[in-house]
Design a protein. Sequence first.
Length: 114
Amino acid sequence: MTNDWKKRLGTVYSTDSDYKYETENQPEQETLPPQQQKLIISLDKKQRKGKSVTLVTGFAGREEDLKDLGRMLKTKCGVGGSVKEGNILVQGDFRTRVVEILQQEGYKVKRSGG
């Protein structure tokens, strides 16, 4: 166990030698099948020095599955991107292409913004 004091803020200490410190471990959400996913595709330019990215939000599932989906989209569009905070970022304006790819994979997709 690490001795990181920031993680123990608000902790009540016990004199019991058998006491185990409990951390908040939330089980990872199970990935829904594509037919039950409702993904939103939008164009984002905020805090990107004028460059635009295609943003895919609304994925419900494990981080590993989100990364796989992001990797597949980047490969099929032939561009870079990343997966951050539960969102997929694909460099450039590929909204139409991303919608087509996701619909072929069986996802419910909504295109938002111009």
